[in-house]
Design a protein around this ligand. Structure first.
Ligand SMILES: Nc1ncnc2c1ncn2[C@@H]1O[C@H](COP(=O)(O)OP(=O)(O)OP(=O)(O)O)[C@@H](O)[C@H]1O
Length: 460
């Protein structure tokens, strides 16, 4: 399999043949398919660098195939069709196409478009390879986050235990990782353990490991997280939920720097930095008798408090844009951007799940929002979704390109195309009957006749 292959799917053998030949002449590797089903079958063990897809084909049409392919990491898709109306082109872009070739096409033009798209894909991919998305970068420019960064910088190099507090999804684990990355321990392991996610009877062996035969089912010696993290950092998440009996054991290890594996006799010395996190009020847990005060003091040498997202709304736009771009890059999807209005709404929303919830929203939008620009209506849950979005998206893309190319008479040409499309649709719906077509469109018959003349539509 070659990942540089260009795939063509078209039920018309003639089109396939001439296009494939032209592309091969241009030095490209090409594979041909007669229907969507054949493409699907080939996807089991290969991916095209670029797909040229016809729209109307017997069986599954090209757009349905495309919509499905959006979920998979394939190269860019160019749609080819004899139907160049706004609805079809818009649907193609919505389904994820990056370009549209109107049939019949000029072969040189088609090859040029393919080459341009391939070059664009390479340009997009290049920085990704050079600078992989820093999945664990802590972002934020608000005053409370700057304070967090300052604290991380100050204590990272020390071996002091750190307690990170904050609501769920505020980035506590990211802070723990940052502390590790900025410390002299960075070459050693960073091990994370969510104490609340592990049944209490297993937690001890999870932390300290066990010897063979220590309990039923312990067939061999297993190292615990403390041993795994030797020389590095151990992140204990949800420490507030740790059972009291284990708190006692943990306290002893922290005080003495040594422990036994479960069922073991060998005393093991450890050199591990502890970063603990909790979304609970530990002092209140202590007051309630659920947490040992002495353990709290040992863990809470330095406290880093993460603010909830609502306390730093100013960070939301940059976070949202980062998550949107990072997801597109990660899943090899075409990049999208927020419209001004959509970004404003995103910044105004409530996120009880904090950054994680915002991240999930953006990941969803990166995958499912139909256009290149995310509109308020795409956000879901919003009042009246901007449903007209499909064809105006295509129109916006067209206008943006035309403006960028410095073309003339953009407005007049757009109006003409709009009129022509509406008139053709109405005439088709009313079998060429002008009076009815005009009535259906809500324009006078004279207007219709005038416009028909202007747009040179075939008279009947
Ligand atoms: N400041 C930030 N910059 C970039 N991404 C962030 C930031 N804060 C959180 N995230 C992202 O949000 C998600 C949740 O972060 P994380 O797991 O660190 O939160 P947490 O506070 O440990 O959550 P929980 O208490 O539920 O375990 C992660 O995907 C993380 O990458």
């Amino acid at each position: 399999m070659s990942i540089e292959e260009i795939w063509i799917v078209d039920d018309d053998r003639g089109v396939r043949f001439v296009l494939a030949e032209a592309l091969r002449d241009a030095g490209l590797a090409v594979r041909e398919f007669g229907d969507s089903e054949a493409v699907r079958a080939a996807l089991h063990d290969a991916r095209p660098a670029l797909l040229l897809a016809d729209v109307r084909m017997p069986g599954e049409d090209g757009l349905s195939l495309l919509r499905d392919l959006q979920q998979r990491a394939i190269g860019p898709v160019i749609v080819m069709s004899a139907y160049t109306d706004v609805a079809t082109t818009a649907a193609a872009y919505r389904a994820g196409a990056v370009d549209y070739l109107a049939k019949p096409f000029d072969l040189d033009h088609a090859v040029a478009v393919v080459q341009r798209v391939l070059a664009g894909a390479a340009n997009v991919a290049a920085p990704a390879a050079a600078a992989p998305v820093a999945r664990h970068a802590l972002l934020g420019d608000s005053a409370p986050m700057r304070e967090v960064f300052r604290l991380i910088g100050r204590v990272a190099a020390s071996d002091l235990n750190v307690l990170v507090t904050g609501e769920t999804g505020t980035g506590k684990e990211l802070v723990a990782r940052a502390l590790h990355e900025e410390s002299a321990r960075r070459e050693r392991p960073f091990i994370a353990l969510n104490t609340a996610a592990i049944p209490s009877e297993l937690l001890e062996s999870e932390l300290f490991g066990h010897e063979a035969g220590a309990f039923t089912g312990a067939t061999r010696r297993v190292a615990g997280r403390f041993e795994q993290a030797e020389g590095g950092t151990l992140f204990l998440d949800e420490i507030g939920d740790m059972p009291l009996i284990l708190q006692t054991r943990l306290l002893r290890v922290l005080a003495g720097g040594e422990f036994y594996r479960v069922g073991g006799r060998e005393l093991i010395r450890c050199n591990v930095r502890i970063v603990a996190a909790t979304h609970q009020d530990l002092a209140a847990r202590v007051a309630a008798g659920a947490f040992r005060a002495d353990l709290m003091h040992r863990l809470d040498v330095v406290r880093i408090e993460l603010p909830p997202l609502r306390a730093r709304r100013g960070d939301i736009p940059a976070l949202a844009q980062h998550f949107l771009a990072a997801t597109a890059q990660e899943l090899k999807l075409p990049p999208k951007r927020f419209s001004k209005a959509a970004l404003k709404q995103v910044a105004q929303r409530d996120y009880p799940g904090n950054v994680r919830e915002l991240e999930n929203l953006c990941r969803r939008l990166a995958v499912i929002a139909p256009g290149r620009e995310i509109l308020p209506g795409d956000l879901g849950g919003g009042a009246d979704a901007a449903r007209g979005g499909e064809w105006t998206d295509a129109l916006r893309d067209w206008a943006t390109q035309a403006l960028a190319d410095g073309e003339a008479d953009i407005h007049a040409r757009a109006r003409e195309a709009l009129d022509r499309t509406l008139l053709q649709a109405a005439l088709q719906a009313h079998e060429g009957h002008r009076q009815n077509a005009a009535q259906a469109l809500g324009v006078g018959r004279n207007t219709l006749t005038r416009k028909l003349g202007a747009s040179r539509t075939r008279r009947r």
